[in-house]
Design a protein around this ligand. Sequence first.
Ligand SMILES: CC(C)(COP(=O)(O)OP(=O)(O)OC[C@H]1O[C@@H](n2cnc3c(N)ncnc32)[C@H](O)[C@@H]1OP(=O)(O)O)[C@@H](O)C(=O)NCCC(=O)NCCSC(=O)C[C@@H](O)CCCCCCCCCCCCC(=O)O
Length: 718
Amino acid sequence: MAQYRRVSGSVGLITLQNPPVNALSASVRQGIVDSVKRALGDQKVKSVVICGQNGVFCGGADIREFGRQMSGPPLVPMIHDIEAANKPVVAAIEGSALGGGLELALGCHYRISHSKAKLGLPEVTLGLLPAAGGTQRLPRLIGVPAALNLITTGRHVTAAEALQLGILDHVTEHNTVDVAVKFALSVTGESLDGRRISSFSCAPLSDLDSLFEEAMLKVRGAARGAIAPVACVQAVRAAATLPYAQGMEREKELMATLFHSGQARALQYFFFAQRAVGRWSTPSGARWDTSQPRPVRKAAVIGLGTMGRGITVALAQAGLSVVAVETHAKQLMEAKKAVPSMLKRGAVRGGTTIEPDSITYSETVQAVADVDLVIEAVFEDMALKEKVFQQLSIVCKPDTLLCTNTSSLDVDHLASQTRHPELVVGMHFFAPAHVMKLLEVVYGRRSSPAAVATAMQLGKKMGKVSVAVGNCRGFAGNRMLKRYLEQAFFLLEEGATPELVDRALEEFGFPMGVFRMSDLSGLDVGWRVRKADGLADTSLTGTSARVRQGCRYSPLGDLLCEHGRFGQKTGRGWYQYDKPGGRVAKSDPWLHNFLDEYRARHGLVPRCIDQQEVLERCLFVLINEGFQILEEGIAAGPEDIDAIYVFGYGWPRHRGGPMFYADMVGLERVVERLERYHQAHPNVPYLQPSGLLRRLVANGSPPIHKWRNVIKNRNSQL
Ligand SMILES: CC(C)(COP(=O)(O)OP(=O)(O)OC[C@H]1O[C@@H](n2cnc3c(N)ncnc32)[C@H](O)[C@@H]1OP(=O)(O)O)[C@@H](O)C(=O)NCCC(=O)NCCSC(=O)C[C@@H](O)CCCCCCCCCCCCC(=O)O
């Protein structure tokens, strides 16, 4: 809806009303069309102001309408009529003017904004382009290079930057609507020639071809198969080279190809999925809306290795005062140097200043006596962590929340080492902890709702996407990853090379294939875990060398570690590097010989493996584990798993996440392929489709947003 009233005698004030972000739904568009008509037809009205209710101008088109039959007046002619009006129209921008919201403002003759507002054309992040004239008006207003940057990245700009770029005419600290109304009165009767952006020409540029070639290369490099950024470049090129009307035709054509694409569906699903993970719940009935987080002002980090340092920086950046504890003097000294420079680099990136004295360092755990929350980030060793938790339980205040940054160990067991197990949760960060967006908040059997809520809220404060998951080996992310890694090893045994597997995954859209990623994170990490689990025993021979606990096992990773090949850090892993710490992976003849000898030793006849098999084996098995996790209630919904994979494991966002991908591929097909692979590899039990996956297929493969009902029904029968 839009409200219309006359103010200050001669200003028609149109207020968009569609909480919470005044998205341009059919009824809002109808309201604008009707109000503009009224204002232009009213002789008493000499100028018009458009604003949004509740301090938000407009969050753009209503994304929920995209999946439905569209109705109501279309945006393009609506904005065209505003621009063509013979009375000045002023946009009064507060909060956000994004997507269609900014396009509406670009159709107005003047734009006045509050200093705290954010503006942008984020359509590309939804798999679309700004198709209400944004790709044609913005380059005409601010020039092609700046418009290309905003439209292809979708980034939001501050009012100050928007003013500097020329998007805004004026920025105010005062009541924006009052300022806009005053301004509208002041321009009454003035000529509107020179105020209609569609009549502008793009500022000429000397070498347009190379500018667009460069832009195309850049988006293709960054987008890894995403089609919207490419279409955005093409649309801006049309603005730079064609008259406005033809440019608008091109914008429409390009939007038509994007609008119904799988990528747009995936990205729009993910937009809502990201927000859904904040509405967490646990099987015991704790929920985001009934659990009260505790205030956390002072926090501590125990252990200042790579993870601990990153967590310290993330906490300080969130405005907390931090006690950083490291019992090894040398490591403490190194951390004291590293953390301030990480903070400095972060400040340059984020444009904020953090006082380094918000962090105090200590060599003893006693220093954490008065903190509200502790995050333990010591070496991944249960005995060591047990000891730390026992100590913390004695040293800390009785109501201090004790968190562990373990990536797979048992949170319930650690909780049992303390006097208040209800105050123990996992906070699983991803390296580098001050940069990566994902945080898995792991609730144990006895974690209180307040403890979960506090960790979730702290994650949000640190700018993380926090996902609540249950306690099991590897939680959600690493538990699924284990299956994916194992399949990749099996593929090598059967005849694939690291290059072939990585190429398939990178072409799918991962920034790095599984082997390049393993080289980066270090092969020794998994080796240590397998040794602790009694799995990495390379003295075994014959058939038993490739079987553990009755299931197929590949010792390839263990063997590489025994050769001292830990990945980038040693200059050798699945690939070779020019030096230890080198970054550029090169194919390694040694590794290929090693694989040949290994296969010969175990009587494995290499076969031709294609990219489709790589994708199906690696991804479907990961997805199958995801269904198992949903079935067990470790994750509450598919959105949680998808957010974990996109933010923590490089799953390409334009494919929506693994569970959305399964929905796109078709659940029946996933079941059929898994069954086929299970027949071929009967000693890999987790290739058998999970019970939930089968049940969904038996229920007619409902779309992803209905899966929770199937899970709920099943749980309510138990
Ligand atoms: C605005 C925000 C920055 C606010 O952030 P904040 O943190 O305050 O709040 P939340 O993000 O939590 O949001 C609160 C709540 O609101 C929901 N929501 C937010 N924005 C929208 C929206 N635009 N639509 C619907 N719902 C929205 C959000 O989901 C939350 O609710 P939930 O229940 O999930 O918790 C922030 O919200 C934000 O960034 N919003 C998105 C901004 C954005 O991306 N805008 C762009 C939208 S796309 C667009 O505008 C397209 C335009 O260019 C118009 C294009 C014209 C379309 C023409 C169609 C032609 C079709 C042609 C082809 C057909 C061919 C054929 O069929 O033949």
